[in-house]
Design a protein around this ligand. Structure first.
Ligand code: NAD
Length: 479
């Protein structure tokens, strides 16, 4: 099978450049998914210029026009969910059902924002001055730079570009370098429906392309999802020139299990949250904080279930956990298992590189018991199939530990006590709280984001997206 060479999308045209990089299938590294170029500053300039030129007409177009485009994009994504899901799983490594599920979600996001494009946001306010009307309207901002990670290679570009376009902005997307082919498939669909040239542009590349977008004076706002370290740089770069900025970053999400929990439900929540999508979700449960009375039963049952998970090629039927996305992520995961061992953690199961019948970045799901909050495995994001357990005496201690650390994205509790569930909902320092549900797995029509160093700026997704992708104008009229 010939390997496709991907092109940037600038001003409605595919712009070819030397394809210096390869995107590999992490389930079988002999399989090259695509070759792709590294963008240059001149290509970022051209993409921003095209987006600026397209902005006035797109912003002034009828919301029905934008709504129809988004609806058509959503429908095509949904129709092609199997094919796109296969591409996504082949390139990123999540299992095929997970890949198809993510594609379907991206399609639904476009259809949701097709509706939102029609909603008028504004208020009529009583002026304090007789004879004067005061009102607010929301306007498009301009050109948005969208910088995305590899772990949701279609859903995250969708949840940034759909609201940006719905509210009349134009965009320059820089997808993550491990997953360019999935982003290219989305760009193809956006142009297939006839979106005007320059409305949506995409430039491949790594940090240098991201930096060029962040610094570019023609870019009015930056929406970034990725690691905390990169987010800090993006935030500083955007603030230096007063561009609006939104950062969605890492997590170290706690799942609290109380003595009164339904054991099966607690194990299901931990298994799903910690290991599905190979633990490569910003909302993954990585700290399992368990009260004494249920601790031993829970840890034993979880280790048995984790050991029984089938790790394999993302595209093979029956695989429950795919590979890590690349060698760097695999080595990072294995290095944390070593660190945990040195710090006194007890590895109950997994944590080994698996040699299957093909070369890939496979690691068996790991459960590490007897850890404490001061250990690095409980403070730093690993982003792999690793869960550590912390034994606590009661709910109060569980809450205090859950609230420790610098991240605050998602947090969960498994309990049959309304009193503790409600207290946790109100007192956990996280942007999203789950009761008797895994910490990962969110709806697309409600706000998404965290507290502390997990997020910065306005919330993403659902009705919250209007905050970031529009600006308010206040009008006073006398006459
Ligand atoms: P990353 O920070 O390495 O890269 C993210 C994006 O930023 C990529 O497109 C990358 O090329 C680009 N980039 C790198 N350096 C840059 C720079 N100096 N300036 C501008 N852009 C730059 O993250 P990753 O490894 O792709 O993704 C994994 C991370 O993403 C994890 O930390 C995970 O928690 C986080 N994540 C967060 C959310 C969320 O919504 N909170 C969702 C998914 C993933």
């Amino acid at each position: 099978m010939s390997v496709p060479s991907l092109s940037h999308y600038i001003n409605g045209e595919r712009v070819s450049a030397k394809a210096e990089h390869a995107s590999e299938n992490p389930s079988d590294t002999r399989d090259i998914v695509a070759r792709f170029p590294d963008g240059r500053a001149s290509e970022v300039d051209a993409a921003v210029a095209a987006a600026r030129k397209a902005f006035p007409a797109w912003a002034e177009s009828s919301p029905e026009v934008r709504s129809d485009f988004l609806d058509r994009i959503g429908n095509i994504i949904l129709e092609r969910r199997e094919q796109l899901g296969r591409l996504l799983s082949r390139e990123e490594g999540k299992t095929l059902p997970e890949g198809i599920g993510e594609v379907a979600r991206a399609g639904r996001i476009f259809k949701y924002f097709a509706g939102e494009a029609l909603r008028r946001h504004g208020q009529n306010l009583a002026s304090t001055r007789p004879g004067v009307d005061a009102s607010t309207t929301r306007e498009a901002v301009g050109v948005f730079g969208l910088i995305t990670p590899w772990n949701f290679p279609i859903a995250i570009p969708a949840w940034k570009s759909a609201p940006a376009l719905a509210f009349g902005n134009t965009v320059v997307l820089k997808p993550a370098d491990p997953t360019p082919a999935t982003a290219a498939a989305l760009a193809d669909i956006i142009y297939e429906v006839g979106v005007p040239p320059g409305v949506f542009n995409m430039v491949f590349g790594g940090a240098a392309v991201g930096e060029a977008i962040v610094k570019h004076p023609g870019v009015d706002g930056i929406s970034f999802t990725g690691s905390q370290a990169t987010g800090a740089k993006v935030g500083m770069g955007a603030m230096a020139r007063q561009a609006r900025v939104q950062l969605e970053m890492g997590g170290k999400n706690p799942l609290v299990v109380l003595d009164d929990a339904d054991l099966d439900r607690a194990v299901m929540c931990a298994l799903d949250g910690s290991f599905f999508a190979t633990g490569q979700r910003c909302t993954a449960s990585s700290r399992l904080i368990v009260t004494n009375g249920i601790h031993d039963k829970f840890v034993e049952a979880l280790a048995a279930k984790a050991a029984a998970l089938k790790v394999g090629d993302a595209l093979e039927t029956g695989s429950q956990v795919g590979p890590l996305v690349n060698q760097v992520q695999m080595e990072k995961t294995l290095s944390y298992l070593e660190i945990a061992g040195k710090e006194g953690g007890r590895l109950l199961t997994g944590g080994k590189q698996l040699k299957l019948d093909k070369p890939g970045w496979y690691v068996s799901p790991a459960v590490i018991a007897d850890t404490s909050q001061d250990m690095r495995v409980n403070r730093e994001e690993i982003f792999g199939p690793v869960a550590s357990t912390v034994r606590v005496k009661n709910y109060e201690e569980a809450l205090q530990i859950a609230n420790s650390g610098e991240f605050g994205l998602s947090a969960g509790i498994v309990t049959t006590s309304l009193k503790y569930a409600r207290h946790f909902q109100h007192n956990i320092r996280a942007g999203m709280v789950m009761v008797n549900l895994p910490t990962a797995g969110v709806d697309y029509h409600v706000p998404f984001g965290g507290t502390r160093r997990s997020s910065y700026g306005a919330r993403e997704q659902g009705f919250a997206a209007v905050e970031f992708y529009t600006q308010v104008k206040t009008a006073y009229v006398w006459g």
